[in-house]
Design a protein around this ligand. Sequence first.
Ligand SMILES: [Mg+2]
Length: 255
Amino acid sequence: MNNKCYFIDLDGTMYCGTKVIDGAIQWIDHLLDHHIKFIFLTNNSSRTQAQACNHMLKMGFRGIKPEHFYTSAMAAADKIAREYPTKKEAYYIGEDGIKEALINNGFNINPEKADFLFIGLDRNATYQDYSYALRLAHEGAKLVGTNNDRILLSEKGVNVGNGSVVALFEYATNTEAIKIGKPHNAIVEGALRYAKVSKEDVAIVGDNLETDILCGNNAGIETIFVTTGVHNMEDCYRLDIKPTYIVANLTGLMD
Ligand SMILES: [Mg+2]
């Protein structure tokens, strides 16, 4: 029996901003038609599973379900809940995705006293929000960063990524955050449990050598690098990060 399971990146692999990447819809249709297992493995902690699913259905993807998504927020909440089963008070900087993940993992969202401060991207957060959260960290809440992406690309240019916000809190507290998202191992360990697969059966598919491909290489998982997003072939040499396979278009994986 074929237990193959793809862990698929979203931005730069499935779509770029609001534009679907050539071949992405056809490939997902192919996986569904052939009952080949996959999950979307994303560093984005902002959206809930349902929001992430709707976002892609609106773009024209078909047949995908909220359960197909595994986010850095889910991995963060799952890891901390497992490792610190008696510490349930949490506060967060972030959007719906992180809030839902915390509640699903049994945390109380407590703005008065927190064991952990989860840091995900919140596009509406203010100086006051950061300062409030920082006070909890200074009172002992341990930092958990959902991902360490320095920047985010948009049609307008670069935006501040969550990694830069995590770095702000690390600097302000002089402590180091627990790291979760790609290329760190926590998100892969969580995803393997979530998808109920072993790493020999997995291939990580993504456009970013420093997150997706490095993540696979660190974990001993096969990688498929697609040159539709942030990095190109030359970057493999420049960064000295070598994927298992390279494809220019996901339809190349359909044989
Ligand atoms: Mg990407």
